[in-house]
Design a protein around this ligand. Structure first.
Ligand code: IPE
Ligand code: IPE
Ligand code: MG
Length: 239
């Protein structure tokens, strides 16, 4: 049975209290910097600080998985200096935060084709994945060079190689195959679009949008989103 249908409500079912898997499209770093007359790079730098706070906080809420959209397959269209700033921040983040993940039972996972990143970053990532592979409290899935259409093409190709293409077959080959079904998708910065993120996984996810720019996002607002999720009635097409 498909992951997103696993929790389909049947009469007598009670709504689970909290989401198992939350994903965030972390948007608005550039606008935050612009508003403050700061260089864009400082918006991204503050954005990483917020990532750290939210990861710490999410671990305390009992979430099984937190997926963060950090760099899309379309973000290569940006100017070279911005891409280089983002890659620099990624290197620094892995180096500075890996010990904390390891100590806090966080498993690091990457979705997207991260092998196309610079070789030293690929090495850092492979080391971080290996070091946290046996952690089991929360999975932090960071989307790097991720595009959902590309993910679906890869998954469908792999499924086809095994025989007739089925929804279950595709799902089994998604980058997120080992994560719980996506329950809640948050996007900051006021944009209300998916920007090629988790198109399949969002089929029955609850969507929550906020005008807050990512560098201003707080654990309290994360809790607000979780509380809002708790009030939603998920029907999965049933009644
Ligand atoms: C999100 O902030 C970070 C990435 C996409 C890497 P943006 O850089 O997209 O910020 P805005 O949308 O221009 O404000
Ligand atoms: C989506 O944000 C990608 C990430 C947050 C990494 P974008 O800023 O790239 O999305 P668009 O271009 O506004 O759709
Ligand atoms: Mg943006």
């Amino acid at each position: 049975m498909l992951g997103f249908a696993k929790k389909a409500k049947t009469p007598g079912d009670t709504q689970p209290t909290g989401p198992r898997h939350v994903a965030i499209i972390m948007d608005g770093n550039g606008r935050w910097a612009k508003k403050k007359h700061l260089p864009r790079a400082l918006g991204h730098k503050k954005g990483v600080e917020v990532v750290r706070e939210i990861v710490r906080h999410a671990g305390k809420t009992g979430l099984e998985a937190l997926s963060l959209y950090a760099f899309s397959s379309e973000n290569w269209k940006r100017p070279e200096d911005e891409i280089s700033d983002l890659m620099g921040l990624l290197r620094a983040f892995i180096k500075s935060d890996l010990d904390e993940f390891a100590a806090n039972d966080v498993r690091l996972k990457i979705i997207g084709n991260y092998r196309a990143l610079a070789p030293d970053i690929v090495d850092l990532i492979d080391n971080a994945i290996a070091r946290t592979a046996h952690n089991s409290r929360t999975t932090l899935a960071v989307a790097l060079n991720y595009g959902s259409q590309d993910e679906l093409v890869r998954a469908a190709t792999a499924a086809a190689a095994e025989g007739a293409i089925t929804a279950e077959g595709i799902e089994a080959h998604l980058d997120t195959a080992d994560l719980p079904p996506l329950d809640l998708l948050i996007r900051t910065s006021g944009e209300q679009r998916l920007s090629n993120f988790m198109l399949w996984q969002a089929a029955y996810a609850e969507l929550w949008f906020t005008d807050t720019l990512w560098p201003d996002f707080t654990p309290a607002e994360f809790d607000t989103a979780l509380a809002e999720f708790g009030k939603r009635e998920r029907r999965y097409g049933g009644r």
